[in-house]
Design a protein around this ligand. Structure first.
Ligand SMILES: *[C@@H]1O[C@H](CO)[C@@H](O)[C@H](O)[C@H]1NC(C)=O
Ligand SMILES: *[C@@H]1O[C@H](CO)[C@@H](O)[C@H](O)[C@H]1NC(C)=O
Length: 930
């Protein structure tokens, strides 16, 4: 062969391979983008690496890091993320509009070292695939809505340094290894266990701790942990901060806790701890000790309290302390706070001569102190409800102090605050008007308690400014605001960060500042202990959204290539797209609860695997002809419904939310995410959604033959004979059974009615409108409260009493639909409920209520069995009604007895279409329907 021809073919091929290699990741980035709104305007062009897309960093044309912090992304994290196989850092923190569950595909990122999804709105269980990220060093999933157990597989993460799961709804025990499964006891390199404010329960396993561990922070506060504090905790020699407060811990505190000689902050309050007070005399650098509100044996104040020379804070209220208060206690050099209220301390209170000048609060209310030696002091002393106050009732220490207004805000920096700021602008400490980035810093265990000391705030400020400077971030100044309160469990500081050089931050600047906090790159002085940050949504980006949603088209990629290989490239790209689609479909299947769908276990209907996509307002506007009234096909509690045609030719029904019915964007996204996991041939499927321009819209597949109600009332021109009715009602029952039994968490429809059962081209039943139902949360699996309170005539009588919709409420409504199916009457007709109408007719002449359209040759026996099932569905007491799965079986049995194959195709021959077919197997609608 001519070498030139070979070259002509091979060179473009090589070029194409190279180009495709380069754009391999862009395909998946685009798939990710498809499920996001508010994408960075800089995300245009064909090369995310070369063109410098905001937040994307590459190495050798492969994406290695995605940092999109606090830039208002909305949507969910699609399974395509798993394809970015070179990714080392993924930080999407502080995007409150990011919702849905965390895709198990995340486990494919074998090089991922940092996964930060702080302060988003993710829900659902943590995927066990988190345990297959061998390089993972920081896993920060705090401040989301994650539920379910901590996956034991996390114990496989041998390089894990930070494990922050705080502020979620995680439940169940803390997992430890058992020889077969891993557990958190294997995390020898982890320094931080931050599990606070969850619903963890069970005992703290003694196996969890061992002497090989290098933990410095163990924060388990505010959970439901029971049992005793394991003695193995004393083996974790490096521990500096321990928070076990606000749990249900009981029993004695193990004496070897005294071995934790590096401990600085110890919180054991608000448990049910018993026995003698522990001896903590070896904790010589302890700053903060809180053992309040426990069930200790009554004892005198142990002398070793006064030997803890680093103590700033001693919280011992409600601990059974008795006897006299030793004078030494007031001589601890840096003591700031002594809270000993609600005990049985007695005798004379005396600070002695050399009490500490740092003392700010002494609360000894509700004790038995009979005298007080007056000395001049600046501390806030409380002796309310002590015998001494019977005699000295006028003394200030005998009265509740006025709510001290100890709030702090950063003063202006020797300048006069600007008065000309426009709305939303704030005058900075340097007196310039600007739009600050705001957020909240929560210090979880500071070493001090005197929160009125301004030194604290100036040290935060200066440490933060130097962190901004060393990271070359354009920050002019930081303003702090705090309303500290002794009743708060944490030290909370609100931040305002002002831009330098302009009035606004750009997206990438906000993202980098946010990242400074999400990655804990900013370190406050060590006395502040561990912290978490939550950034607020920033609405003032300097880079306004230009070129929004401009996808990189094939044209762009081709445009960049030389003419000779256009065709080859085109073929490659076409192949790539097929590949991408397959991968995306595969990803979706991994995302759904049906990845291991077993047709024998379910009802034989394999779900379709298609994820919903995000539409822009313009796209939906175009496909409904600007939401023209003639495209409107109905309205409901949610808003107007329009018919539209997508560019692909697919017919869709678009529900556009009314203003009054608008949910928060996060709720909306979460609902979409739940719906996207629901796939059944008897359920209307969700094609997509839009939150664009603040308008909530849901895009559903369109059922051409309208509702069951239309057909029953003869409005659709489709004649429903008995066989067709049985097929339709069976389909609807299967759809509901699926929602009840096969979706996790289950979905209660709560508005089952004949207008919500739609019919497609082949008269398959498609249950619709379950999107407005709420899925059942973990806490109340059997019950659900709904937005929609059902429809008159269909509502479960028990609902009126309990105000709770249950699965059995759906069964009741379904029974009403069954009766409608037979009678073609409204549930309430002439003031009479359909149940009563049918019951009365049973006593006289049943045939008189049967819809004549059903046909006279009907098998009366089957009809009676059908009515019998319907009556059991509408029993007054929910527990006497069958389950949806029973209803499905009953209908199948009736069909088999009638000689109809329950698994046969629905109406499929023109013969069964009744009187208005066009001989083309296509249903024609009567003019009434149009
Ligand atoms: C204080 O209480 C202790 C123990 O409860 C008791 O022994 C002692 O007598 C009391 N002292 C005074 C002055 O009431
Ligand atoms: C405030 O705190 C600093 C550092 O902890 C300390 O040196 C200073 O004495 C405190 N000031 C007051 C008024 O307590």
């Amino acid at each position: 062969m001519n070498i030139r021809i070979v070259l002509l073919v091979v060179l473009p091929l090589i070029y194409a391979l190279f180009a495709c290699g380069q754009s391999q990741d862009i395909v998946y980035l685009q798939a990710l983008m498809d499920s996001w709104q508010n994408r960075p305007p800089s995300w245009v062009g064909s090369d995310p690496c070369g063109d410098k897309w905001d937040g994307i960093f590459c190495n050798d044309s492969r994406v290695t890091s995605i940092t999109l912090v606090n830039i208002n992304l909305m949507g969910f994290l699609s399974g395509d993320i798993g394809q970015l196989s070179e990714l080392q850092l993924l930080d999407l923190s502080y995007n409150k509009g990011l919702a849905g569950s965390l895709t198990p595909e995340i486990g494919k990122l074998k090089k991922l070292a940092h996964l930060h999804l702080i302060g988003c709105s993710f829900i659902g269980p943590l995927p066990h695939t988190l345990g297959s990220l061998p390089q993972l060093s920081s896993l920060s999933l705090n401040a989301n809505g994650f539920s379910g157990p901590i996956p034991p597989s996390i114990g496989n993460l041998s390089k894990l340094f930070v494990l922050d799961l705080a502020d979620n709804m995680l439940s169940g025990p803390i997992p430890v290894s058992d020889g077969v499964n891993p557990g958190l006891d294997l995390l020898f390199n982890t320094r931080h266990f931050h599990f606070g404010n969850n619903r963890l329960s069970g005992e703290i396993p003694s196996q969890l701790f061992n002497s090989n561990m290098t933990l410095i922070h163990v924060l388990f506060e505010d959970n439901q942990l029971t049992g005793t504090i394991p003695f193995t905790l004393g083996l974790v020699q490096k521990l500096e901060v321990l928070r076990l407060d606000r749990n249900l811990l009981s029993g004695h505190i193990p004496s070897n806790i005294n071995c934790l000689t590096l401990l600085r902050q110890l919180y054991l309050s608000n448990n049910k701890l018993e026995g003698p007070l522990p001896d903590l005399s070896s904790m010589t650098i302890l700053n903060y000790l809180d053992m309040s509100n426990n069930s200790f044996e009554s004892s005198e104040i142990p002398p070793w309290f006064s030997s803890l020379q680093s103590l700033t804070t001693l919280m011992m209220h409600d601990t059974g302390l008795k006897g006299e208060v030793p004078v030494d206690l007031f001589h601890i050099p840096h003591i700031e706070t002594l809270v000993l209220r609600n005990n049985r301390l007695n005798g004379t209170l005396d600070f002695g001569d050399s009490y500490s000048e740092s003392l700010k609060l002494i609360d000894m209310s509700n004790n038995l102190i009979s005298a007080f030696v007056q000395r001049s002091h600046s501390a806030n002393l409380m002796l309310i409800n002590n015998p001494v106050c019977k005699l000295e009732a006028t003394e200030t220490y005998c009265h509740q102090p006025k709510e001290s207004n100890s709030s702090y805000s950063t003063p202006s920096n020797n300048c006069i605050p600007a008065t000309t700021c426009s709305l939303d602008q704030i005058s900075s400490p340097n007196c310039k008007c600007a739009y600050p980035y705001t957020g909240t810093l929560t210090f979880k265990a500071p070493s001090f308690s005197d929160l009125g000391n301004s030194t604290i705030y100036t040290s935060i400020q200066s440490s933060m400014m130097s962190s901004f400077e060393s990271n070359r971030l354009p920050v002019d100044s930081v303003s702090l605001l705090s309303h500290p309160s002794m009743s708060s469990y944490y030290f909370v500081v609100n931040l305002e960060i002002f831009p330098s050089g302009g009035e606004r931050f750009s997206r990438s600047e906000i993202s980098m500042i946010g990242f400074l906090f999400s990655s804990q790159t900013y370190r406050p002085p060590s006395s502040f202990g561990p912290y978490s940050f939550l950034g607020n949504t920033y609405l003032f980006f300097s880079d306004a959204e230009k070129g929004k949603h401009k996808m990189v088209s094939i044209g762009v990629i081709i445009g960049g290539s030389v003419g000779g290989c256009v065709l080859v490239l085109l073929l490659f790209i076409a192949g790539l797209h097929v590949y991408r689609k397959r991968r995306a479909e595969k990803a979706t299947s991994m995302n759904t609860p049906f990845a291991s769908w077993d047709p024998d276990k379910g009802n034989g209907d394999k779900p379709q695997l298609k994820g919903p996509r995000s539409f822009t307002f313009e796209e939906l506007n175009a496909c409904t002809n600007n939401f023209t009234p003639t495209a409107s096909i109905g309205s409901g509690g949610y808003g107007m419904v329009y018919r539209g045609t997508l560019p692909s030719g697919q017919l869709v029904a678009i529900k556009r939310a009314q203003h009054g019915s608008i949910q928060s964007g996060v709720e909306f996204i979460n609902e979409i995410e739940v719906l996207s996991r629901v796939h059944h041939k008897n359920l209307v499927s969700l094609v997509g959604f839009s939150l664009d321009a603040g308008k909530q819209m849901l895009v559903y597949e369109y059922a051409v033959n309208g509702s069951l109600k239309d057909s029953l009332l003869g409005r659709s021109g489709i004649r429903l004979d008995w066989t067709r009715r049985l097929q339709i009602i069976l389909g609807a029952a299967r759809g509901l059974q699926y929602l009840h039994d096969l979706v996790d968490p289950p979905i209660i429809h709560s508005d089952v009615k004949s207008t919500n059962i739609l019919l497609d081209t082949h008269l398959n039943a498609k249950v619709s409108d379950f999107g407005l139902s709420k899925p059942l949360g973990d806490s109340n699996r059997a019950l659900v409260t709904t937005h929609v309170k059902g429809t008159v005539g269909y509502i479960d009588p028990e609902y009126y009493v309990t105000q709770q919709m249950t699965k059995k409420s759906d069964v009741y409504s379904f029974g009403i639909v069954m009766l409608e199916l037979i009678t073609a009457r409204n549930p309430v007709d002439n003031g009479k409920h359909i149940v009563r109408v049918v019951k009365e007719s049973m006593d006289r002449n049943f045939r008189e209520v049967v819809d004549p359209t059903i046909g006279l040759s009907i098998d009366l026996h089957g009809l009676e069995r059908f009515v019998d099932v319907a009556f059991r569905c509408v029993e007054k007491a929910g527990n006497r009604r069958p389950k949806m799965s029973d209803v499905v079986k009953e209908i199948e049995n009736i069909m088999e007895a009638t000689g109809v194959n329950p698994n046969g195709e629905s109406a499929s021959t023109s013969e069964s279409y009744g009187w208005e077919t066009n001989g083309n197997n296509q249903l024609e609608r009567s003019p009434l329907y149009m």
